[in-house]
Write a protein that binds this ligand. Sequence first.
Ligand SMILES: Cc1cc2nc3c(=O)[nH]c(=O)nc-3n(C[C@H](O)[C@H](O)[C@H](O)COP(=O)(O)OP(=O)(O)OC[C@H]3O[C@@H](n4cnc5c(N)ncnc54)[C@H](O)[C@@H]3O)c2cc1C
Length: 410
Amino acid sequence: MSKKVIVVGAGAAGLMASGTLGEKGYDVLLIERNDKVARKVMITGKGRCNVTNNVSLINDLIANVPVNGRFLYGAFSKFMPSDTIDFFEDMGVPLKVERGNRVFPVSDKAVDIVDALNAYSQDAGVKRIKGRVTELIITDGELKGVRLEDGSEHFSDAVLIATGGKSYPLTGSTGDGYELAKQAGHTVTEPKPSLVPLNCHEGFCMDLQGLSLRNVEISVMDMNSYKEVYRDFGEMLFTHFGVSGPLILSASSHMKDVKPRKYEIHIDLKPALTYEQLDKRIQRDFLENANKNFINALDALLPKKIVPVIVRLTGIKPSTKVNQVTKEMRAKLVNILKDLKVTVMSLRPIEEAIITSGGVSVKEIDPKTMESKCLGGLYFAGEVIDVDAYTGGFNLQIAFSTAMCAANSI
Ligand SMILES: Cc1cc2nc3c(=O)[nH]c(=O)nc-3n(C[C@H](O)[C@H](O)[C@H](O)COP(=O)(O)OP(=O)(O)OC[C@H]3O[C@@H](n4cnc5c(N)ncnc54)[C@H](O)[C@@H]3O)c2cc1C
């Protein structure tokens, strides 16, 4: 009789692991609480799914996992981004590589990734039921199976927990895996938001809500140590509460122990120009608009929505004629365009985070097999484990690598 395995959660990790186990001939039962599988994967990469990152060196992968990256050495070495790429291309999903080695389906549709994972699991003969696992069945210290919310029981030789983290709970990931792990005696590092938008002090964020800035550079300063903790170039967004967008989400994972005013973000709205070049550019614009009011002379330089905010911050009267703007006033304008400051007050809640930092402690999981060190036959894969990575496709790669590692070890 073939070994029976229960996989809890049909997300990125659960679908991958169940398919691999099914292909090996195991009797696999996949339990998912939602009607549809992989709801979170459907919304990844703004619906385009940044499925992995095309780095070829294992140390480059680990460098993008700031929390417990070394723990993943074994899992990554057995299933690298090139394996993820081969997997999806073999499943009939052509992929492309974009800026920063980010890999997406050529179709730009996350649903193609979900369909491939779903087909992989289904074609391998994996049985499925809809239900929410609420308990592990442990008898005399031995893992026997799982109990569902409706009281039904399912028995197996091994259980793989792939229930994801706690962010975006509407997708089904509500942190149930942490409770199951605790039941087996595991320590769970407190789940916190990571890759998350930021609440900010400045009221002008509200005035600018909806404004997306492409091609800006941000520098994040720790005001306790006066050290820069992050600098990058890209896209950000103003919202009613503060700031969001790819640059900000990445910046947030470099902020530790966030307290009001501990971090400042300095936005360079014109990173391609030095202070001198920008001043010259403004002088040229002003020459062409010599008789206009100051507030009407900045449209060629800036998005319309941000002009009143910048004018207010310079302290120059909006009705000042451009030919009356002094060198000192211009210097003030240049300084603000090169260094627009927003003060971080707090992270947005975990529900709005892209990933959960924290989870089942890596000290209690065997890194070679993903098996629990507390309870034999119990395995973990994906975001439920206390590892988290930067944006760029690394988090899905973690889900796939740990899933393959667990499936090949069971
Ligand atoms: C908006 C957004 C965008 C993202 N974009 C990217 C991206 O482009 N690239 C990237 O690499 N990462 C991205 N991520 C992160 C990535 O989606 C996750 O890290 C990844 O999905 C984790 O995979 P997982 O299998 O561990 O968990 P999940 O994919 O969350 O799957 C967990 C599954 O378990 C089920 N489940 C939970 N509890 C139970 C229970 N008790 N019983 C039964 N079933 C249960 C859930 O319903 C769910 O289907 C994004 C995340 C978000 C929120």
